[in-house]
Design a binder for this molecule. Structure first.
Ligand code: MG
Length: 398
């Protein structure tokens, strides 16, 4: 199977300049806001639905510290790390060689020590890749530049001078071919991948990543990274609340699916999809919070392709819509109304299933159940109703 976008994160360096008594680890493994720098870097790419796979290249001997740093990341898009070479160029080549097995269309090559890349810059890179084969994120030089000679100082014209940052993004075959050519010609002089693309005569498009996309280099930089990352999480203060409600009737059968969990029962729920009334209510609540239609808008029951499908498909789509807006799910509160089956014993499994689908901690998910005191259609055991409230944090429009 071929994938569209791979991300290659280079974490092979020893980070010697950033080492202090406080930070004895290489810089990409130093803790910032409770997680390693590299954890933040991986997370920023996982936050985009355009990212299909991520491969990290680590230095020989860093396997344990890396695995420890990413322990909490539970996302299938993150591949097992590989060991790099002695130089950045060698590490990137090792990464591209490993990634070639996944046959990606494009690759974004990024420094592990740049955890502050803004989502809007990443979105711009992904968008440019549909029309360009090589894209460089950088920022125009703001300071006056001086060249120090023997006993003399010379001012350099900074017009059109940019700092090259990462990601540096390419058509996969283009950059892999140039790296292979460099190996064959024993040309090991390149300090970044755009350098290789320039060597191959490739046109490169520049995107301004801003000064926030800096590379952690010196000990003071950790504090700056912390400020930027903290500010960003606080800025998700456009709070949205959405509600969802759904009903499905019983029909003859032997199990019901609720919250993605199969529960043996003497009836089943009737519906076009798998009739998971709980996931439908949550999906509608999420779409409501986004003010983006409802489940029927995006998955019309009249469309035969949704017949019998597992309802996690609908919820995964809503979660992707939240991510595309740079938002975060804060909380999900689900209430299931029925006389039967009894929900209590299945509550932990439902929480776990919803947590997996939404990529959310279980303590942000509430699953409740009630009867309607034998009143109405749920009371007469004719079907199940579900209500959900979803709270989102969206980036505040500036
Ligand atoms: Mg429904």
């Amino acid at each position: 199977m071929s994938i569209r976008n791979a991300v290659l994160i280079v974490a092979g360096g020893q980070g010697l300049r950033a080492r202090t008594d406080v930070h004895s680890n290489p810089k990409q493994y130093v803790q910032v806001l409770g997680n390693a720098v590299i954890w933040h870097t991986i997370k920023l790419f996982l936050a985009s639905s355009k990212t299909d796979v991520i491969l990290v290249v680590v230095a020989d001997g860093h396997e344990n510290i890396y695995n420890q740093a990413v322990l909490g990341i539970n996302d299938k898009r993150l591949m097992a790390a590989i060991i790099g070479g002695n130089s950045r160029q060698q590490s990137v080549f090792a990464g591209l060689t490993a990634l070639s097995a996944t046959n990606p269309d494009c690759v974004l090559i990024h420094d592990a020590a740049r955890p502050c890349l803004a989502q809007r810059s990443l979105a711009e890179v992904y968008a440019s890749l549909s029309t360009h084969k090589a894209v460089l994120v950088g920022t125009p030089v703001a300071d006056t530049l001086k060249k120090l000679g023997t006993g003399s100082l010379e001012t350099i014209d900074r017009t059109n001078i940019w700092n090259a940052q990462t990601p540096q993004a390419f058509d996969f075959n283009l950059i892999f071919d140039v790296h292979r050519k460099a190996v064959l010609e024993n040309n090991t002089s390149f300090t970044d991948d755009c350098g290789l693309a320039e060597w191959a005569g490739q046109n490169i498009t520049m995107i301004d990543g801003g000064t926030g996309n800096f590379k952690i280099t010196n000990p003071d930089d950790f504090e700056l990274a912390e400020c930027i990352l903290k500010g960003r999480s606080i800025m998700l203060n456009d709070t949205r609340v959405g509600t969802g409600y759904d009903v499905h009737a019983f029909e003859p059968g032997d199990l019901v699916i609720l919250g993605g969990v199969s529960i043996p029962h003497n009836k089943k729920l009737k519906g076009h999809s798998d009739a998971d009334v709980a996931l439908h209510a949550i999906t509608d609540a999420m779409l409501g919070a986004l003010a983006d239609g409802d489940i029927g808008t995006h998955f019309p029951p009249s469309d035969p392709q949704w017949k019998g499908v597992s309802s996690d498909r609908f919820l995964i789509d809503a979660v992707r819509r939240v991510q595309d807006k740079g938002g975060k799910i804060r909380h999900i509160d689900l209430t299931i109304v029925c006389e039967e089956p009894k929900i209590g014993a299945h509550r932990p499994a439902m929480k776990k299933s919803i947590a997996t689908i939404c990529n959310l901690e279980e303590d942000r998910i509430s699953v409740k159940a009630t009867t309607s005191e034998r009143l109405g259609f749920t009371g007469r055991r004719e079907g199940i109703a579900a209500l959900a409230t979803v709270t989102l944090g969206l980036p505040e429009e500036i």
